[in-house]
Design a protein around this ligand. Sequence first.
Ligand SMILES: Cc1ncc(COP(=O)(O)O)c(C=O)c1O
Length: 478
Amino acid sequence: VDLHITFEGRRDLSGQIYRQIRAAILDGRLRGEQALPPTRELARRLEVSRNTVSVAYDRLMADGFLTGRVGAGTFVSHGLHPYQPESPPPAAGPLQPRAVWADIPEPPDLATEPAYDFRAGTPDARLFPYQTWRRLMTHELRPSAVRTGMPGAPAGHSDLRAAIARHIGVSRAVRATPDDVLVTNGIQQAIDMIARVLVEPGTCVAVENPGYPPVRRLFESLNARVVGVPVDADGLVVDAIPAEARMVYVTPSHQFPLGTAMSLSRRIALVAWAHRCGGVVIEDDYDSEFRYGGRPIEPLQNLDHTGRVLYVGSFSKTMLPTLRLGFLVAPPSLRRPLRVARFVSDWHTALPSQAALARFIDDGTLARHLRKMRNEYRVRHERIAEILERDFGAWLDLVPSAAGLHLSAYSKDRTAGEIVDLVAAAAADGVVVYALSQFTREETERPGIMLGYGAIALGDIDEGLRRLRRCFLASSVR
Ligand SMILES: Cc1ncc(COP(=O)(O)O)c(C=O)c1O
């Protein structure tokens, strides 16, 4: 390690080294088994005699903090656990964040894997074509590909922007030239960029209710005034958008969390709203690559001819969410501010993965992977829908859906609170599903549950739902 020692004066230099290394071990900055610099090297860097350092090391060894191995060097002793003094209460301290951060919860702990994993938003990482991706990434990490190592363009790698424009043009009928595409670290960042460019403090932003919480919270964190708009079987109720709204965020292909598709007449009404009110629509098309039936409906972006719809997409579901790869398609008037916003924010998405993704799309691997995954998810979707209709008919009404990685069902007889209790009981039995109320702002929405099937293997679905049914049965006996 590059050990940092600060001398206060020139007295007792050995003692100062001793105390600072000891403190670093006790508070966990130096960990068990970590190697310390050789005495000669540390002495040279600190401009002290070698003996000064040796005395400090010897004392630390005598105290048991360090061990020396002949020929190998000096190490922090094995099994030393840092002493953690009680941390001060979070409210204390001179620096306080803006009030809005107190209301935004920390991200959920996704590290633990439940036995029956119906979590939404994750694809099946077991089926990812790792070998191909590794080969493409390895290629991009060769000196000839990295070249000077200078940062790239904020809008993204030109091959990738062209590949994305072609891909969404063919598969989703989104009208885009490579210049309209800006590569981002996922949809969440795409919306952050759009909000930085268009949302002023106090701007009224309408979001679906129920809806996708992270995006709503993003707008709140930027001091927008966020209002929920109800969603029915045709999608967002356009007539209920408040008059003061200037921006609407929607998931028209596959509503999050209900799973319905926005009808064509609603889409036309929403585009007309934007035109009439001078508004902006953000179309979040996060998982519509997985469509199991019906004809895909025109994207809002294609229905709009006035440049008022921004389309955002992601490779989080089609590939892996950990890659953090997504994009936005913007009208020409916003290209420059979006590029500049990206530059001042974090410059650009990692170049090797952008270049690898361009080739992943261009050589047809993405399309092949999508075909395979679509078949896989279709079977899971059908299996869950079949069991919910067969075994949960007394309690749940399935919401019709034909796309994506999750589906929802309204409760026939439970309150929102009872569903939350039931979901907690299921979690205790190893089955993770969601209460729809987790995605609503107001308590008045219809209670229900949502189940994802990106992560759960087909073979685990029956047992997971059998356990969930047991929770419904147990909670019926009241
Ligand atoms: C509705 C919706 N939008 C956006 C995202 C986030 O996508 P990304 O990982 O690209 O930020 C998700 C992820 O679960 C989602 O469900």
